[in-house]
Design a protein around this ligand. Structure first.
Ligand code: UDX
Ligand code: ADP
Length: 465
């Protein structure tokens, strides 16, 4: 019976997951720890609009459970020592240097947290891998944990560990709904008692038939595979979008037609500026690395192409904006509508907007960026330069109207609902003519924009002529 949980990592996965567990399991004390004191302070902010992560519904959950059975602290060791179960929810970005650079995951944070668990745990502890990890990482974690009793750490004798893989399938922007009603929960492991202890926690709100038990490696590989399949669908529809533009078909109509086939299914067929987010690219690159490691070079090349097409889609959009604006955007104002990698999140990791904006800045554009949730600090970090003025600069603005002011074009990159409700007559009135709307999400009311005198390019929409 689990009474106390510690989660290492108060990020996009750890924070919302623990908020839902605390909400659904009032008998369990849940402590979320992080080395980042600023992040923990934000999780403890009295004003719930200041939480470090924006997710619809998260503030209400935290408001209910915080201080009761949900705690946020930097006291990592004490929280581990008091826990029956420890979740590892630390970041695992793609390595930027050394062996496997550009493909393999950087496991330094996983290793460090496993070492912390090894050092501070008491008695029997179930260690749950929550971060997306390359296949067979559980083995590494297990090896680190098992090394402890041999060391000279006082009190090490009584320590035992069971390692489980419990990958998270939540999508940002719908994290709370996904956690509250998951399609499935996957628990991989070798120790039946540990598996059942974790299953009992989810069993508080997830129907039994949705809790799947597998071996460790199947669980780890299922997560990578699910993300690879989803990303592949997006590259597939984006590839067809380009063909639609060239031939006069409409990708929305094609998506609807193929999605009606129950074998294909209607979801995840929206053409756009390419996929972003912390998982898709990283997980595919992990798969590519793994395939290469096992000598499966054709399989590696197959998955690599999904990432290559995604990069091409982003470059293609930046290029076509420049081309339609008479081949130069130097000194021209361009309004950028949306910067987060998708709507309803403040997360910009791998956002297609980063590459597209960087390309436009390189061409000398003056960007006026509006996003309801992304901070100026984040924009500066992602664009590699502070806000400024003149050629090749950017500024953050609060309203679409300001983004349009004096602009030759608006480029819609994130599908925020507000962008579907733009007053095009008002916007067109403040733009420089000829004015363009480049809608990379097919989100705006194109008919209204055209009626207001704008020229419109829409992803996947072929010209009739
Ligand atoms: C994804 C997986 O969905 C989730 O199961 C996993 O746990 C983490 O990775 P996330 O990255 O949060 O979640 O968002 P998701 O909704 O999957 O979108 C990923 C990217 O694909 C976004 O940039 C989104 O805009 C794009 N996308 C999605 C499309 O371009 N078209 C679509 O039809 C769907
Ligand atoms: P994710 O999207 O996977 O949740 P994030 O980067 O949002 O990833 O969150 C991971 C968090 O884990 C970060 O806040 C980071 O500070 C924290 N972290 C990494 N290593 C450790 C560690 N050894 N101990 C405590 N926290 C850690």
């Amino acid at each position: 019976m689990i009474r106390s949980i510690c989660c290492i990592g108060a990020g996009y996965v750890g924070g919302p997951t623990m908020a839902v567990i605390a909400d659904r399991c009032p008998g369990i004390q849940v402590t979320v720890v992080d080395l980042n004191a600023e992040r923990i302070a934000a999780w403890n902010a009295p004003d719930l609009s200041q939480l470090p992560i924006y997710e619809p519904g998260l503030d209400a959950l935290v408001g209910r459970a915080r201080g009761r059975n949900l705690h946020f602290t930097t006291a990592v060791e004490a929280a581990i020592a008091g826990a029956d179960m420890v979740f590892l929810s630390v970041n695992t970005p793609t390595k930027t240097k050394g062996v496997g650079a550009g493909q393999a995951s950087d496991l330094r944070w996983i290793e460090a947290s496993a070492r912390q668990v090894a050092a501070s745990a008491q008695g029997h502890t179930i260690v749950v891998e929550k971060s997306t990890l390359p296949v067979r990482t559980a083995e590494t974690v297990q090896t680190i944990l098992n090394a402890v009793p041999l060391s000279s750490v006082p009190g090490a004798e009584g320590k035992t560990f069971s390692v489980l893989s419990n990958p998270e399938f939540l999508a940002e922007g719908t994290a709370i709904a996904d956690l509250q009603a998951p399609d499935r929960v996957l628990i991989g492991g070798e120790d039946p008692a540990a598996i059942e202890a974790l299953a009992a926690i989810y069993g508080q709100w997830v129907p039994a038939e949705r809790i799947l038990r597998t071996n460790l490696w199947s669980s780890e590989l299922s997560k990578l595979t699910a993300n690879a399949f989803l990303a592949q669908r997006i590259s597939s529809i984006n590839a067809i979008a380009a063909l639609c533009e060239a031939t006069g078909a409409d990708v929305g109509e094609v998506a609807k037609a193929i999605g009606a086939d129950s074998r294909i299914g209607a979801k995840f067929l929206k053409a756009g500026p390419g996929f972003g987010g912390s998982c898709f690219q990283k997980d595919i690159l992990n798969l590519v690395y793994l395939c290469g490691h096992y000598g499966l070079h054709e399989v590696a090349a197959y998955w690599q192409q999904v990432v290559a097409l995604n990069r091409w889609q982003q470059q293609r959009i930046a290029r076509l904006v420049v081309n339609r604006l008479f081949g130069t955007v130097s000194g021209k104002r361009i309004g950028v509508l949306g910067f987060a990698f998708k709507a309803d999140t403040n997360d910009t990791r791998e956002s297609p907007a980063i590459r597209i904006c960087r390309d436009l800045l390189e061409e000398g554009a003056v960007l006026q960026i509006v996003d309801p949730k992304v901070s100026e600090r984040q924009l500066a970090q992602d664009l590699g330069q502070p806000a400024g003025a003149g050629e090749g600069s950017w500024q953050q603005v609060a309203e679409v109207q300001q983004a349009a002011s004096g602009a030759d074009a608006l480029v819609l990159l994130t599908e925020w609902q507000a962008f579907a409700e733009i007053d095009w007559a008002a916007v067109a009135a403040v733009m420089r003519r000829p004015a363009w709307l480049f809608d990379a999400r097919a989100k705006a009311d194109a008919a209204a924009a055209r009626a207001a005198g704008l020229q419109v390019w829409r992803v996947g929409e072929g010209a009739d002529d």
